[in-house]
Design a binder for this molecule. Structure first.
Ligand code: ZN
Length: 177
């Protein structure tokens, strides 16, 4: 989540006054399950990934998030998950259908990039490039990245992607008419 000019009083995230004018990132800590993430244990970094606040280390995919923000000035939130259906698709040659709800239908299927090692500079480059013209991207043999103008939109798109993958799975199993 990108945060611009966090006020000192903002919730549990404490931001030093001297960096108030600089853009900051809130990102999940490494090794903490998403179900245990709260606003209080998010890590605050600057746009170079330098930790400003928080316990533990920022996510190992912080570099990918930062590069997406650099390439997409309209993006204010990024969600990266490994949901079972969409991730399952990423391990096959089957595609996830792009149903109505993804905005403008640019292609019949959700865009996908080739496999690169998680946390690697190759993933930083290929995922951020892949999201220049897309708001959803499937990472082969890995998971999903969604972006949005705020965290709610990015989460909604992530949920919609997983439900599309479920529907796509049923279509694959039962067969199209
Ligand atoms: Zn991942």
């Amino acid at each position: 989540m990108k945060v611009w000019n966090i006020p000192d009083t903002s919730n549990n995230v404490d931001v030093p006054e001297e960096v108030d004018d600089d853009p900051l990132i809130l990102i999940t800590p490494s090794g903490v399950s998403l179900r245990d993430v709260t606003l209080g244990n998010l890590i605050v970094t600057d746009l170079d990934g330098e930790k400003m606040e928080g316990d533990g280390e920022p996510s190992s995919e912080t570099g990918m998030h930062l590069e997406i923000y650099r390439k997409r000035e309209d993006v204010e939130a990024i969600v990266h998950t490994h949901p079972p259906y969409a991730t399952g698709f990423s391990f096959t040659d089957k595609k996830i259908p792009r149903f109505e709800g993804f905005g403008e239908i640019k292609a019949p299927y959700i865009a996908e990039i080739e496999y690169t090692v998680p946390g690697s500079i190759d993933l930083v480059e290929s995922a951020s490039d892949g999201l220049i013209n897309e708001d959803v991207l499937l990472l082969r043999n890995h998971g999903v990245v969604t972006v949005g103008p705020d965290i709610f939109e990015a989460v909604l798109l992530a949920e919609f992607t997983e439900s599309s993958a479920k529907t796509g799975f049923v279509i694959q199993v039962l067969g199209r008419k």
